[in-house]
Design a protein around this ligand. Structure first.
Ligand code: ADP
Ligand code: MG
Ligand code: MG
Ligand code: MG
Length: 395
């Protein structure tokens, strides 16, 4: 039986995914390919296709028209597949070694055919198991500096920047972030999800008027500051890692937003590890947090000095102002991520997988406390050491 590839949108099966993989011409036409769906989410299929004879593999990711959001099936634009593929390609221009190769896309089928990375491990899984990835902070610091600088007005002609900002308009996915990170966790809504032992701590968040004002300001930055082409979902589950390699996947939330958002989301996900770990193993993560920021800030400043197209690039204090604003935002956005992953709709395994209830609840309380402190004290943060100090004080 020969299977044909659908030409109008249809969810792929393992059989049609194989038929599709054959059209990409990376396999021997006579190969007996195998296929497994390895996706873990509710939004997309991820098919891994393999020629068992040669071990050659590739990935086909397909967006599904419905996502399980807020407990029910919700229509969600298929355009996100094109956004994801095009962010991978655009960021790949600047950091080719840090993203998967995109072999092919089909807008109608909402698919991206890309390099298989299963020789690596999802960073979150490794970190939860106590592993450390010695390249992670260096690579992600550089990934952030290069992708964000080169897609911003500091590095691009304003016409090209605005063309890209229009191309990467992503209203439906942004709305998910606006609701799930910047709104719902700060109100007593049914969509929130938290353990009963956190009732008092959650109520403290909902009744904190000062905190709400600061979150409203952070949401405004997210809504209005079209600074650079963000990944948009840069948590440790969107990063493949090993002892020698790092690759960033899954930029379907990509759009033009404030630089501090990508940096802050990544750091927040390391902060979960700084909360759950102890002793020397914790110290490694604290150092990774500092190093990510330092590598990002140093690389960004070097690019600015050598390649900035901004007329004010040599104006005393301007680079420091831009990086200072990023650091303030990093603290605020990281704070929102810490809170929303603890009492909001979508959690992180770093906290939820702690088996001992007492330990789990106290880690979650610490995540809330750290998040609140980062948001409320962010204007006083002048260096990464100040941010690290806030983490210590919230322990
Ligand atoms: P979603 O947007 O649904 O979260 P992801 O892009 O994060 O999808 O992929 C979900 C999972 O599929 C990943 O955690 C990983 O296990 C697997 N996966 C995704 N892309 C690749 C790839 N290029 N190589 C190997 N596995 C992948
Ligand atoms: Mg997933
Ligand atoms: Mg993902
Ligand atoms: Mg995704």
């Amino acid at each position: 039986m020969t299977l044909t590839v659908p030409t109008t949108y249809k969810a792929l099966t393992e059989e049609t995914a194989i038929a599709l993989a054959k059209t990409v011409h990376t396999f021997d036409p006579a190969a007996q390919l195998t296929c497994r769906e390895i996706g873990d989410g509710n939004l997309n299929y991820v098919f891994q296709i393999e020629d068992p004879k040669t071990g050659k593999r590739l990935i086909i990711k397909q967006a599904l028209p419905y996502a399980k959001i807020i407990g029910e099936s919700w229509p969600l634009t298929l355009k996100r597949a094109t956004i994801e593929a095009n962010v991978l390609r655009k960021h790949g221009e600047f950091v080719p070694s840090l993203v998967p190769v995109v072999y092919a896309t089909d807008e109608e089928l909402a698919i991206t055919v890309m390099e298989d990375l299963s020789h690596l491990e999802i960073a979150r899984e490794g970190l939860i198991n106590g592993k450390n990835f010695p390249r992670l902070s260096q690579d992600i610091g550089e990934y952030l500096a290069l992708t964000l600088f080169h897609t911003s007005d500091y590095g691009l002609h304003p016409f090209e920047k605005k063309r890209l900002a229009a191309e990467f308009s992503n209203p439906e996915l942004c709305k998910i972030t606006e609701d799930l990170i910047f709104t719902d966790p700060f109100f007593d809504l049914d969509t929130n999800d938290y353990e009963p032992q956190l009732q008092t701590a959650a109520e403290a968040v909902w009744s904190d008027r000062k905190l709400q004002l600061e979150v409203a300001k952070l949401k405004k930055s997210f809504l209005t500051e079209s600074e650079a082409l963000l990944h948009g979902d840069l948590h440790t589950g969107s990063i493949f890692a090993s002892q020698t390699e790092t690759k960033v996947i899954d930029p379907e939330f990509g759009f033009y937003g404030p630089i501090g958002f990508d940096v802050g989301l990544f750091l927040a996900n390391l902060i979960f590890q700084s909360i759950t770990r102890e002793g020397e193993n914790r110290q490694v993560i604290v150092e990774d947090i500092g190093k990510t920021w330092n590598v990002f800030a140093y690389s960004f400043a070097e690019l600015w000095k050598k390649q900035s197209v901004e007329s004010f690039k040599e104006t005393d204090g301007y680079l420091e102002y831009v990086l200072g604003k990023v650091l303030t935002d990093v603290a605020g956005f990281a704070g929102c991520e810490l809170i929303r992953r603890t009492i909001g709709l979508a959690h992180v395994k770093d906290l939820d997988s702690i088996e001992d209830t007492k330990n789990r609840i106290s880690s979650k309380k610490q995540a809330l406390k750290t998040g609140q402190a980062l948001i409320l004290q962010r204007q006083e943060i002048a260096s990464i050491e100040d941010l690290l100090q806030i983490l210590e004080e919230a322990r």
